[in-house]
Design a protein around this ligand. Structure first.
Ligand code: ADP
Ligand code: 5GP
Length: 186
């Protein structure tokens, strides 16, 4: 099964998926490639950081499950040829990527993570070290991203208290493994 966690910047996607894999050893978190420079303080293994020619070569070779441009940089999920048996593939990707995954794997579970408010989203981005300009750009993109995810029928989860969010995602994954898909919020 493929599980996609998507949503605007700063809502807590990375934090939530890291907690999920700590709790559930049957989840395998894909490491994306990106042409974005590493942020100060960002772990070196957050992404495979590459230059644009290297990224484009891999696109040409068909080496990505999906890829997209986001705020001027390229991001992609490598084809998961090392996915261990019995594991579900967990992707933390933008909504364009979610749309590509949905087209390839209609049974994939799509989760749209949102912040409790735009103010809280801005505070999280600032707290993470994003510049005022980056905060502005990510906030400006949020409405459109949420609209795309809703159109795809993603299950919406508000990331208010972190532990509650991780509990909710665990429950959604448990249900999806059992073949059940809850209805998206109206
Ligand atoms: P994203 O991957 O969606 O861009 P991050 O995981 O980088 O977001 O989280 C942005 C910031 O918000 C980080 O500093 C993180 O520690 C913080 N954060 C994540 N989830 C919560 C939460 N539920 N409550 C408060 N802060 C959070
Ligand atoms: P950031 O620069 O904040 O790490 O990520 C920017 C956006 O790119 C986020 O929405 C993140 O989920 C998304 N992203 C990260 N990896 C991938 C990927 O492999 N594919 C796609 N389509 N988006 C990704």
């Amino acid at each position: 099964m493929i599980i996609v966690v998507s949503g605007p910047g700063g809502v807590g996607k990375g934090t939530v998926v890291r907690k999920l894999v700590e709790r559930d050893p049957a989840l395998w978190l894909s490491r994306s490639w990106t042409t974005r420079p590493r942020r100060p303080g960002e772990p070196a293994d957050a992404y495979v950081f590459v230059d644009e020619p290297t990224f484009r070569r891999r696109v040409a070779e068909g080496g990505f499950l999906e890829h997209a441009e986001f705020l001027g940089h390229l991001y992609g999920t490598p084809v998961p040829d090392e996915l261990p048996a019995g594991h579900d593939l967990l992707l933390e990707i933008d909504v364009q990527g979610a749309e590509q995954v949905r087209a390839r794997s209609p049974e994939a579970l799509l989760v749209l993570l949102v912040a409790p408010s735009p103010e809280e989203q801005a505070a999280r981005l600032t707290g993470r070290g994003d510049s005022p300009e980056q905060v502005e750009r990510r906030l400006a993109k949020a409405g459109e991203e949420i609209a795309v995810a809703r159109r795809l029928g993603a299950i919406e989860v508000v990331n208010d208290r972190l532990e509650d969010t991780v509990d909710r995602l665990e429950e959604l994954i448990r249900q999806a493994r059992a073949g059940h898909r809850p209805d998206p919020m109206p």
